[in-house]
Write a protein that binds this ligand. Sequence first.
Ligand SMILES: Nc1ncnc2c1ncn2[C@@H]1O[C@H](COP(=O)(O)OP(=O)(O)OP(=O)(O)O)[C@@H](O)[C@H]1O
Ligand SMILES: [Mg+2]
Length: 246
Amino acid sequence: MTAVLEVKDLHKTYESGGEPVHALCAVSLTVDPGEFVAIMGASGSGKSTLLHLLGGLDDPTSGSISIEGRNLAEMSDRERTLFRRRRLGFVFQAYNLLPTLTALENVLLPSMIEGRGAGDREGRGRELLATVGLGHRLTHRPQAMSGGEQQRVAIARALMNDPALILADEPTGNLDTVHAEAVWRLLARLSHEDERTVLVVTHESTGATFADRVLFLRDGQVVGSLDPGGEGHASLVATRYAELAG
Ligand SMILES: Nc1ncnc2c1ncn2[C@@H]1O[C@H](COP(=O)(O)OP(=O)(O)OP(=O)(O)O)[C@@H](O)[C@H]1O
Ligand SMILES: [Mg+2]
């Protein structure tokens, strides 16, 4: 089986002003198609930095990233933009919804940019919003939705172009337990039934138990991993987190 994601010896050092910040140090990882990986680590441990690099939104200081066998560094800006649009679904820590568009329009946006044949684009957008429990908020604009609702719109939007790899940065950070669990189940289903690869940054050990593997980051390094062994093992995840990354 060819890995969908291969990261080798990744380093990221930020040089803004004073002291350089080593946000990532020698991170290597391999993720198989259809695998669901949760990434945990304290605030500032480099989780968002890692996702941004994997999504081609920023360049590493050194090291390489290959997605579906293609080295991101060898793509032109245009190739990278197209690749990101067609193969990746990104859920940002800040939802990045466009304030002037309705929920449905925000979800449809990626497919409109992509200019995919009409198909049943709108039907798919509605279906995705219904999946995240927002079938009744199609025409609401972001400022008329709660944080959790905006987060769910962002998740639906990330799925619109049918991505092979989904990168999500704390997608349940603003959700109550019920909606958070719905999102975890959705992500698990996308990976286990639709063979999509899912990487999710989270602080929630309960949520992480839905993943096939949990990776722990500390000070920019992968310090360990765990097979959570299924739902209901949140205390196992929490204990390991405290040992390794807390
Ligand atoms: N643009 C930047 N310039 C300088 N330093 C940065 C920049 N972005 C992040 N950092 C620093 O890099 C480190 C890792 O940041 P990152 O955002 O990846 O953390 P994180 O694990 O996502 O944290 P959180 O859980 O709070 O979201 C932090 O120490 C942060 O201050
Ligand atoms: Mg972050």
